[in-house]
Design a protein around this ligand. Structure first.
Ligand SMILES: [Zn+2]
Length: 170
């Protein structure tokens, strides 16, 4: 799945989360931004991903030096779990901030997107099994179509949720 589609699903998911969470507009904006970052974060293991462009050398360090392959560790529930647990422990078990939850939600949205591709996602890494939302054969046939459908649905969701958000403040 392309970074563009991941970003669109991340924005749509972030707007939905912000709408549900409520709060002041700047807090909601932060939730959308963090969900967007989360929706791009798992592909930091790919040198040509959107986020890798903003973190120079990240792909080379992860792939070349640490030996992390694309769609491996950063596409697992273990990665999400550590992403929440480590700061939680370091903060002396303080309540988990909404922004961190939003990043994790973005990552889970990313996983769902990649699970619509024939390759799937190793959700239970280090176990090697790849998880998909439909049989690989079906996904292979409809790959381009599914990607386009997800993108159009996410784009429509963005418009719809933006209208809801604007209406709330009118
Ligand atoms: Zn990915």
């Amino acid at each position: 799945m392309t970074g563009r589609t991941h970003l669109a699903t991340g924005i749509a998911g972030g707007l939905a989360l912000a709408y549900l969470a409520g709060g002041m507009p700047h807090q909601q904006l932060l939730i959308v931004a963090m969900t967007m970052v989360g929706s791009l974060l798992p592909d930091v293991d790919h040198p040509q991903s959107i986020l890798s462009g903003y973190i120079p050398g990240s792909g080379i360090i992860l792939n070349g030096i640490m030996g992390i392959r694309h769609r491996g560790f950063t596409h697992s529930l273990l990665f999400v779990g550590l992403f929440v647990t480590i700061p939680h422990i370091m903060a002396n078990f303080a309540p988990i901030p909404d922004q961190l939850i939003a990043i994790c939600a973005g990552m889970l949205i990313h996983f769902a997107g990649d699970m619509l591709t024939p390759q799937g996602v190793p959700l239970l890494y280090p176990l090697k099994a790849n998880w998909k939302l439909a049989p690989g054969v079906l996904l292979s046939i409809g790959h381009g179509l599914i990607e386009s459908l997800v993108f159009v649905t996410a784009a429509g969701g963005i418009v719809y949720l933006l209208v809801l958000h604007v209406q709330r403040y009118l």
